[in-house]
Design a protein around this ligand. Sequence first.
Ligand code: CAA
Length: 287
Amino acid sequence: MRERSDIETVGVVGAGNMGNGIAQVAATYGYEVVMRDIEQQYVENGLEEIEFSLDRLVARETLTREEADAARERITGTTELSDIAKVDLVVEAVIEEMDVKKEVFTELDRITDDDVVLATNTSTLSITSIAAATDRPELVVGLHFMNPVPIMDGVEVVVGEKTADGVVDLAHGFAADLEKETWESEDKPGFVVNRVLIPWINEGIRAYDEGVASKEDMDRGLKLGTNVPMGPLELADHVGLDIVLRASETLHEELGDRYKPAYLLKRKVEAGDLGKKTGSGFYEYGE
Ligand code: CAA
């Protein structure tokens, strides 16, 4: 297995919100990063989001201009998966569809050196199933970053059925190198965070839909009552309603009716109101 101290280059598969956040943070902590997506436009959008986020971190004096520029220079965008072939560690952050993840992992298994750890940022899918698409299941691990990646302090390490102990240690160590704190979860649906967070969001949506309170008061109540930074409806908008729905469906399938997605969540996703990213979710967002 390629050790933590050997890791200099990181391949990130997927340039969406999570992928570009992971690429940004890895580059900020000195890793050379190759970030890949399937279309040039997605790669460019990802790089733009990174630049925007780095600018915010400079504005709040978390980074100097020089550090931000150096981080940006360490990131190369590409549409070719083969450009990931020579990296020392891969973090996959493509869409939450098992078939797509499996395809990506089979390909990563084929093209990367066989001692390279392949991590997945999946938020609810089984690490063990994803690992089964490779010939190195012992080198596959869950490394679940939180959104927004540059700001959130924690990363969930998820241990698949066959994940080797050394790989679990490497996952904790790599996250620590990015100054993230970690906790560990077994490979059970939703792991620690989404097992609890997704039903919390769904219950907030249901309670709002059933007229318990206005959406503002649902969010205010949970924020003021429990000291969380966002209430369930705001948080759904922040994460993306489509992402929440997909996670809910996986949990519902695996764990039964207590995880049934809220009706209003489904209706909003069908209407294309996905939250902040589309300008409209439970709330409206300006440009
Ligand atoms: N990059 C750089 N800086 C960012 C940023 C980003 N992507 N996002 C926010 N910031 C900075 C802002 O510049 C701002 O800096 P200042 O304080 O210096 O002004 C600071 O963070 C706070 O941002 P805002 O003022 O815009 O808004 P806020 O105070 O509401 O904070 C938040 C935003 C950090 C997102 C906060 O509301 C929060 O922590 N919300 C909860 C997020 C959460 O629960 N995430 C986990 C979701 S679940 C998940 O990710 C798992 C899953 O699989 C679904």
